[in-house]
Design a protein around this ligand. Structure first.
Ligand code: EPU
Length: 338
């Protein structure tokens, strides 16, 4: 375990901001992490955990010990006739884990193909796409308590999953470090093809015949056509959450904006796509120097290079103000600010 000083976090955040960490260490095992947390030398230094850096906006230097979780490994925990349980290290790349499942015929995560980030970061915000969320395949996770270095197991209720939410973003924010996640995958696939263009893309690419590989490829195809590749243009996926508004407010808006899409959540609440609101407010493709609003998906803020997190923050505030003025809806960021 080697602790470095003044390390650029540029390779460690998908926005690609060149922000320095006062101290930086990469951890490859749970015991190494526990050892570090119990080390009196670092007891009073603030600590900051970095997963895949795909959902974070760095706005200033990080005056802390940045701990990058590089715990690897995928193991079969148990299986029965219908399911198998896989435990993956928090530092495994999420998409590589999905491909591993797809290639081995383990069903449940194929719709979550190509989401940037790590296995450990996935439950933090209950990642989701194309009708599936990680909570649907989640069994349990292990996490180390920062204050005591004790290892604790969290089952799904203890994680309090919500839409892009979990207890690790709320009540237990910064209190635990996720070290592994166990998933319950199926031996017989149940395909989720009803969201958006999946069925259509499947037909174009594979004549409509679903298989784990075909669904994964369809999702990859759709994502690549809309979402910028962080290796080419800095971004953190959807910058805002899709707002959930009272049905009465939705109905009133629909009178003025007849094309407003909406997905009912129960009887009284409607989820509306933030990307639509931002596009209608005139921001799609807008560029402000080094930052901008993506031209093919208005929910994604992008960094073209040489800019700062402050610039993204400023742009985000302008977008929020303008959407609020036009629609009376306040957008909430999905990305964590640092
Ligand atoms: N839309 C527009 N203009 C835009 C973008 C979207 O009008 O610029 C409209 C679309 O036409 C569609 C609706 O908004 O009617 C929804 O668009 P899309 O299917 O692209 O999904 P989204 O709601 O914008 C969410 C997730 C994504 C996830 C996709 C697919 C959130 C905040 N985002 O986006 O997740 O990949 O659905 O399931 O829930 C992420 O969280 O980082 C992320 C990329």
């Amino acid at each position: 375990m080697q602790i470095q000083e003044n390390v650029s976090l540029r390779p460690y955040n998908t926005f690609g901001f060149d922000v320095k960490a006062r101290y930086f260490v990469s951890i490859t095992s749970t015991s190494e992490l526990q050892q570090l947390l119990l080390d009196p030398t670092w007891a009073t230094t603030p600590k900051w955990i970095l997963g895949g850096g795909s959902n974070v906006l760095l706005t200033r230097p990080v005056d802390a010990l940045v701990i990058q979780i590089g715990i690897k490994g995928i193991e079969l925990v148990r299986q029965d006739d219908h399911h198998l349980w896989l435990r993956a290290g928090a530092g495994e790349n999420w998409h590589q884990f999905v491909l591993y499942c797809v290639e081995n015929g383990y069903a449940g995560v194929e719709n979550l193909s190509l989401i940037p980030g790590t296995v450990g970061a996935a439950p933090m915000q209950n990642i989701g796409a194309y009708g599936v969320e990680i909570k649907d395949v989640f069994e349990e996770l292990e996490a180390v308590h920062v204050a005591t270095a004790e290892l604790r197991t969290f089952d799904a209720p203890a994680c309090a999953f919500g839409y892009r939410e979990s207890v690790f973003k709320r009540g237990l924010k910064d209190k635990y470090i996720i070290t592994s996640v166990t998933f319950r995958l199926s031996k017989q696939p149940t395909y989720h093809l009803s969201y958006g263009d999946i069925q259509k893309t499947l037909e174009e690419l594979h004549g409509g015949v679903p298989s784990l590989r075909a669904v994964s490829e369809a999702v990859i195809h759709i994502r690549q056509s809309k979402l910028p590749d962080p290796a080419e243009i800095g971004n953190a996926g959807s910058f805002f959450k899709n707002p959930e508004i009272p049905k009465a407010q939705y109905d009133a808006l629909k009178v003025q904006h007849s094309t407003l899409p909406g997905y009912p959540l129960g009887e009284d609440v409607v989820k509306v796509p933030a990307g639509w609101l931002i596009e209608q407010a005139g921001w799609k493709g807008h560029r402000a120097g080094a930052v901008g609003v993506h031209a093919r998906q208005a929910l994604v803020l992008v960094h073209y290079g040489g800019g700062s997190g402050e610039q993204i923050k400023e742009l985000a505030q302008q977008v929020q103000a303008s959407v609020e003025e036009k629609f009376g809806i306040r957008l909430t960021p999905e990305v964590n600010f640092m």
